[in-house]
Design a protein around this ligand. Structure first.
Ligand code: ATP
Length: 242
């Protein structure tokens, strides 16, 4: 259903002792939307994302992801989402093909499904020449593209991307974003954190976190007009850096 909300967050809060890392945040993300989740280092993005993917228990508030409650059904959430981060993506000491087979297994795909998916993914990304190479020997940009496709093997409703293009060159970043657009066009929701403000411009909507709170949330166009600046970099500087 178009316009269906696949992430619904209400007053979600995470405390570490007396410190409030995520402070009563509320927002909704629609099916097929590209949602940018921005904030300076330490703003609380990773902590918030961990709660949404079912690996960090909220202190209070409510959140539903892919139709499941983060308190009651964190295991169901894991089955219905994909996750990729810059820090953890693929195993360097497995080949491209072995990584796809391994993650297909983790995501519960049958042998036949894995075989079919491996063939289509290798063809789609033009990996025929390197399918038997160790992932550790590939350039970072390639690794990230393969990791993104691998995180989609089980056709998740939402994919969470935590700084997916960190350290990747601008041309490969642009290609990576073309993959993101294509995936969103097919109805998969993209929830992405980034420190690159040109990427923030590519999102349908962007939220900006400051000290655990969401201080702004709108389309890039509306945010620029609200803050009377010409680019997302200046929006970010005005908000996140005061
Ligand atoms: P970055 O862009 O650097 O990844 P972030 O916005 O993802 O930053 P978080 O990693 O969510 O920020 O951290 C938010 C705050 O919570 C920081 O002040 C951090 O030190 C604190 N924090 C995170 N995890 C814990 C923990 N397990 N125990 C105590 N404090 C924590």
């Amino acid at each position: 259903m178009k316009n269906e909300s696949v992430i619904i967050v209400e007053s979600l809060t995470k405390m570490f002792g007396n410190f409030t890392a995520v402070d009563t945040i509320s927002f909704e993300v629609k099916k097929g939307e590209i949602f940018g989740f921005l904030g300076a280092n330490g703003a609380g993005k990773t902590t918030a994302m961990k709660m949404l993917i079912g690996i960090g228990k909220p202190t209070s508030g409510k959140a539903q992801v892919a139709g499941f409650d983060v308190f009651k059904n964190p295991e169901e959430i894991k089955k219905n989402i994909g996750y990729m981060s810059q820090k953890f993506a693929l195993y360097d000491d497995l080949t491209v093909k072995e990584n796809i087979t391994f993650f297909g297994g983790i995501y519960g795909l049958s042998r036949i499904q894995i075989k079919e998916k491996t063939i289509s993914l290798i063809e789609e990304l033009g990996l025929q020449e390197i399918e038997n190479k160790l992932v550790g020997s590939l350039p970072l940009g390639w690794k990230q593209k393969i990791a993104f496709s691998t995180a989609l093997l089980h056709n998740p409703k939402i994919i969470f991307l935590d700084e997916p293009t960190s350290g990747v060159d601008p041309i490969t970043r642009r290609q990576f974003w073309e993959m993101i657009y294509k995936t969103a066009n097919n109805g998969t929701t993209i929830f992405v954190t980034t420190h690159y403000m040109d990427e923030a411009e590519y999102c349908d909507r962007v939220s900006i976190m400051v000290n655990g709170k969401i201080e702004a949330l709108d389309t890039p166009k509306n945010l620029k007009s609200q803050f009377q600046v010409h680019n997302m970099n200046d929006v970010f500087l005005k908000l996140a850096r005061g």
